[in-house]
Design a protein around this ligand. Structure first.
Ligand code: HEC
Length: 128
């Protein structure tokens, strides 16, 4: 009889332990997944304004869409997205995006120096 009295205590300790560590396995699982690069809000805002128009799954700009689709980039596995981010970095360094011809009629779409720097920083994975 005395031994059984410990059972509820053991159960209680077990419950308390689980509550202190809600789903510990979820985080471990998360850490093991090759992650898509989460677009920071400031990056997303710039992309939305200056890049997304041509680089989205419904874009009528077939060439632009084929080269880069931001939605796919966000959903991609890390290994694949790293290559794409390398390309993005190149276009930023060379200043080739948005395309010059497009900017002639849409000068407001040109990246400001600050925006370019923000995007560039994101592609290199460095924090500000
Ligand atoms: C007016 C439409 C348009 C806008 C706006 C635009 N792009 Fe592009 N982008 C294109 C086209 C078209 C291509 C394909 C160019 C080619 O193949 O020569 C392309 C290609 C690219 C590529 C692939 C380059 C390569 O060598 O594979 C990257 C990366 C890219 N764009 C990034 C961006 C970024 C970043 C922005 C926003 C700052 C942006 N683009 C805005 C039309 C656009």
């Amino acid at each position: 009889m005395k031994k059984l009295a410990f059972l509820p205590v053991a159960a209680l300790v077990g419950i308390l332990f689980l509550q202190a560590n809600p789903k510990p396995e979820a985080d471990t699982f998360h850490a093991m997944q090759p992650e898509a690069p989460a677009l920071p809000a400031e990056v997303k805002a710039i992309v939305q304004q200056k890049c997304y128009g041509c680089h989205n799954p419904q874009s009528k700009n077939e060439k632009g869409k084929a080269k880069l689709d931001w939605d796919a980039l966000e959903a991609a596995k890390k290994s694949k997205s790293l290559a794409t981010m390398g390309k993005i970095k190149e276009t930023l360094e060379e200043g080739t995006m948005p395309p010059a011809r497009f900017l002639e009629s849409n000068p407001d779409k040109k990246l400001t120096a600050e925006e370019a720097a923000t995007l560039l920083q994101w592609t290199t994975g460095k924090k500000k």
